[in-house]
Ligand binder design. Structure first.
Ligand code: ADP
Ligand code: AMP
Length: 217
């Protein structure tokens, strides 16, 4: 069986991370989030983390070269043998081309690209109510609250809000998305793998739509 890669596409706050975790579990694939990888590096105070923070705090993209190198290393690990659900990567045309090159080496292709569509005004509300656990689980104070306020359901640790989820940074991230990432919609549409998903539905309905689309592709 060829390795199976799924790319989650959509603006910040569309629900990529929320869905990627569930889809990966359902399909027995690894969830690879470049945002999580950068945040892990930041927590461990690595050189990569220090460099990435400069861009993340401003809502800018980390340069392609370092991002691609990080992903290349991650996808070469044995747990990605069957494939992965990519979340937050690729985010530029250069990254998409680099991904094609990497997957070519493993005789793998991008099987489906769920494009989660959500209007801008919903994104700001979603991100300002987002709470994260250090293990990468995602909550929302209204739409997906933890059982006990600001405590992770699974490991009991304290939840936190991301610095880059402040409304002014969110607005800039949406602008960066429209300029640098939205062109990938056409890129994957032309390859015949893009599937549009209505991201305004409840979390479970979005998940079902994505799973149906991925299984049909
Ligand atoms: P992304 O990874 O695309 O930035 P997240 O998965 O982190 O987005 O979701 C952003 C916020 O919106 C989180 O607080 C999450 O709980 C919430 N959320 C995700 N999907 C939905 C949905 N379908 N309806 C309502 N809230 C959602
Ligand atoms: P995310 O967790 O996906 O919202 O990503 C958080 C931040 O990490 C982004 O705003 C960027 O600064 C950085 N980042 C994540 N993925 C990428 C990527 N593929 N290319 C460049 N920067 C990225």
């Amino acid at each position: 069986m060829k390795p199976l890669y799924i790319v989650m596409l959509g603006p910040p706050g569309a629900g990529k991370g929320t869905q990627a975790k569930q889809i990966a579990q359902e399909l027995g694939l690894v969830h690879v989030s470049t945002g999580d990888l950068f945040r892990e590096n930041l927590k461990n105070e690595t050189d990569l983390g220090v460099l990435a923070q400069r861009y993340m705090n401003k809502g800018e993209l980390v340069p392609d070269e370092v991002t691609v190198q990080m992903v290349e290393e991650r996808l070469s690990r044995p747990d990605c043998e069957k494939g992965a659900v990519l979340d937050g990567f690729p985010r530029t045309a250069a990254q998409a081309k680099a991904l094609d090159g990497m997957l070519g080496k493993y005789d793998a292709v991008v099987k489906a690209v769920p494009y989660i569509k959500v209007p801008d005004r919903v994104l700001v509300e979603r991100l300002s109510g987002r709470w994260m656990s250090h293990s990468g689980r995602v909550y929302h104070e209204k739409y997906n609250p933890p059982t006990v306020k600001w405590i992770d359901d699974l490991d009991g640790s304290q939840l936190y809000q991301r610095d880059d989820d402040k409304p002014e940074t969110v607005r800039h991230r949406i602008k960066v998305y429209n300029q640098q990432t939205a062109p990938l919609i056409d890129y994957y549409h032309d390859k015949g793998v893009l599937v549009e998903i209505d991201g305004t539905q409840a979390i479970d309905a979005v998940r079902d739509d994505i799973l149906n689309a991925v299984r049909q592709n």
